[in-house]
Design a protein around this ligand. Structure first.
Ligand SMILES: [Zn+2]
Length: 116
């Protein structure tokens, strides 16, 4: 099972370094250097991120999601010949662990609140 693959294209590198004062003069040479060394450079970061995310996931597994807030995203759109439409979405976010709660978790939370 592949957990993650990172694809970094030249345009991403351009964007990252757009306003950077150390932008290399030999751009093609830099891209070659980057492709040879970025994998190793990411190794440590990946190691730490996997551990941090495991910790976050463990916290979420144990979190009772007691403090929540309703979060809305998206907006209204209008397409000529089609009409108005929206991609509005509402999510219940746990303020303690940051998780967007699933319908199943919301049902459980509701049941627990009713029985308390
Ligand atoms: Zn939570």
């Amino acid at each position: 099972m592949i957990v993650a693959q990172i694809i970094l294209e030249e345009q991403d590198v351009q964007r990252i370094l757009a306003s950077h004062r150390f932008r290399p003069k030999d751009w093609k040479g830099f891209l070659k250097f980057l492709s040879e060394n970025l994998g190793d450079a990411l190794g440590d970061a990946v190691w730490n991120q996997v551990r941090d995310l495991a910790e976050l996931y463990r916290l979420r597994e144990d979190c009772p999601h007691e403090h929540t807030t309703l979060s809305a995203s998206g907006e209204m759109h209008y397409t000529p010949g089609w009409g108005p439409w929206d991609d509005l979405r509402e999510e219940v976010i746990c303020l303690d662990c940051g998780k967007a709660l699933t319908d199943q978790e919301l049902e459980r939370l509701k049941a627990r609140r009713l029985s308390a």
